[in-house]
Design a binder for this molecule. Sequence first.
Ligand SMILES: *Cc1c(COP(=O)(O)O)cnc(C)c1O
Length: 381
Amino acid sequence: MKRTIPFNKPCVLDDSLSFICKALDNQKLCGNGQFTQKCQSFFEETYGFKKTLLTTSCTDALEMAAMLCDIKHGDEVIVPSYTFVSTALAFVRQGAKIVFADSDKDTPNLDVDKLEMLITDRTVAIVPVHYAGVSVDMDKLMHLAKKYNLWVIEDAAQAIDATYKGQPLGKFGHLACFSFHETKNITAGEGGLLVVNDDRLLRRSEIIWEKGTNRSEFFRGEVNKYGWVDTGSSFLPSELNAAFLYSQLIHIEEIQKKRITLWQRYYDNLNIEDVIDKIKLPYIPSYASNNAHMFYLVCKTGNLRTKLINYLKEHNVHATFHYLCLHDSEFARKQNWNSSDIINAVRYSDCLIRLPLFYDLSLGDVDYISKLIINFLNKNE
Ligand SMILES: *Cc1c(COP(=O)(O)O)cnc(C)c1O
């Protein structure tokens, strides 16, 4: 019998439903209830984040970040070209001009060594993306940010439970944004988190979160009525989503252990001469940990990548490419944002393939997929 291995299957644990039922029993389903607070406390206690706010998506958390940094028309924001649309779009909505950074030679992350030449008098923020949960070199990046007085917003969408020099990602920027989309390690279906590390942004972050009102202060009994005090929007997820998310958070160690075992099995299976002659395995710099968000390969050519995806598909294995470079998108082209040499990002866009990796995948599945890849490469010299 031919089995089908999907690219992703969202993680649903046995006791998830009982948490959702508990939220229903609480008869408080809107945002900022018991489960939202349990999730936020979990992040603050586990990772030492100063303040966290659960959001409906990482995109929303990025939009909150753009509002908090008061990004205005004409401000320049540096974003990698090899990332998801939201990393740039959240800032564009505030009127920013995007300056695209190329990827590093060794990882799809932005090349920190080429960052300084992108900084101008109008630059106000840098948005590093920790691709595949592998950290950007944050010491170098924060040094530049300090030198030029720039905001740093970590797009840590893929980086839950990952570290840089032993410190959790999300702790380095003034702000950081995580995603709990169904494709991420920990999921709420749709969901996100804003991390506020900078004292200056603490109060305003809850106001923007709560539709421009000081409702959070009222909720804590600090004021006797609440009203409209600033800009904002509706960024709170329902308690149903928070309850589902919380059911995974309490099992995060087990989820991560499983994913790392699967990731390592791919790596060990494919780290053989026949493969690494033709395909590059992921590189994890010594300063970064691996949260096993993704297992990707970089083929020598785009043609080889397409053939490999098709070959796997013929064998009912769904592997997939990833980002199309943002600097080359229809939207970016219309803006006349001049982008400098972007070479590595284009290579990742053309040649990178992501393999199935999810909680329910088995080691047998990983061995099967690895064998298919080895067979394919032996046929395609
Ligand atoms: C998933 C992802 C996002 C968007 O997350 P949502 O929760 O779907 O809004 C943004 N940036 C990166 C790098 C991502 O991987």
